[in-house]
Ligand binder design. Structure first.
Ligand code: RUB
Length: 310
């Protein structure tokens, strides 16, 4: 199995998960593919690269980080094979580096909104959200974290392990306990799989219920999102596809039921009205500014968005 197939399988089975990690793994796999591929013409190079890109793109339908990363990596310069190969390798390295730097910058920016003594609620397991919490902790702020389990895959367990390592006091709660505890929470911090042109957030299932509770309780709701989590396709009116995963993740033995169907949507949609701020690597912005990120950072513009642009 080559690295593209191996990475695609790991992303599908969620051995590699989280929108940022998925994007970096795809960039790494394309870099490996481009550097090892045998191609005697640019046409051969193109078709092999686009087959590899398609294999990766099919793995998880919601994460726009994946398609943004793939597009940034395969957009090469150079009129012959060796120049194209080098260009793809450089694009991938640049993407990986800037993506790692972005989460650090988000940590710096988001941590300014966290005060000494705050209780922070975070669902699932978002690297960007955790950078905010860990950075605030490193600044000497005394924080308590409430982590939700995030069924059915229990990504909350990854979160409590990471916070344990960082020495941050953490309480684990079941997903349905959020409304019971929301009045003890000062800040909700969540990651993002997708941000649409109007600032709508698509993130782990359960996020929108948390946002609703936070809105009702007037608790601040902060999103941590690198700019490559914004979806250029939404300026063309495309809707975000919500991934439905296997029923066995929810109920391992479904065969004993004849009249029951298990539904397992992996993500949900939070309206921009429930979001106070989106922390990106270029600054903390209101969700209403999402179009500007898509235009200025991703190079897609209304009326011109017929394909990806440099
Ligand atoms: C993970 C999830 C995360 C975002 C952002 O879902 O919804 O909040 O991907 O994560 P899954 P990060 O476990 O299904 O991949 O900040 O790490 O990119």
């Amino acid at each position: 199995m080559n690295q593209v197939e191996d990475t695609a399988q790991k992303i599908s089975t969620m051995e590699i998960r989280g929108a940022g990690r998925i994007a970096r793994a795809a960039a790494e796999a394309l870099r490996d593919h481009a550097s090892k591929m045998e191609a005697s013409s640019l046409e051969e190079f193109d078709s092999s690269l686009s087959r590899a890109a398609q294999t990766l793109l099919k793995t998880r339908p919601t994460a726009v980080s994946l398609s943004n990363a793939v597009m940034m990596v395969i957009r090469y310069q150079g009129g012959e094979v060796e120049a194209a190969r080098q260009s793809v390798v450089d694009n991938a390295s640049r993407f990986i580096e800037s993506s790692l730097r972005a989460v650090e910058q988000i940590g710096e920016i988001g941590s300014r909104r966290i005060r000494n003594g705050d209780t922070v609620l975070t669902p699932c397991n978002s690297d960007a959200a955790l950078w905010i919490i860990e950075t605030a902790n490193r600044q000497g702020k005394d924080i308590t974290v409430l982590a939700t389990e995030s069924r059915p895959r229990y990504q909350g367990h990854l979160t409590i392990r990471r916070l344990e390592k960082a020495g941050i006091s953490t309480e684990l709660i079941v997903d349905s306990a959020v409304r019971s505890v929301i009045n003890q929470v000062d800040q909700v911090v969540v990651g993002a799989d997708v941000i649409t042109v109007n600032g709508t957030l698509v993130n782990k299932i359960g996020t929108s219920q948390i946002a609703l509770c936070a809105h009702e309780a007037r608790t601040s709701f902060m999103v941590a999102a690198e700019t490559y989590k914004f979806s250029p396709h939404t300026i063309m009116g495309d809707l975000v596809v919500i991934e439905e995963r296997s029923p066995e993740e929810v109920l391992p033995d479904i065969s004993q039921f004849r009249h029951v169907r298990v539904r397992n949507p992996a993500f949900d949609v939070t309206p921009h009205q429930y979001i106070d701020v989106i922390c990106t690597e270029v600054g903390a912005i209101p969700p209403e500014m999402s179009y500007l990120i898509i235009k200025e950072k991703l190079g897609w513009e209304l009326g011109k968005a017929t394909g990806h642009q440099p």
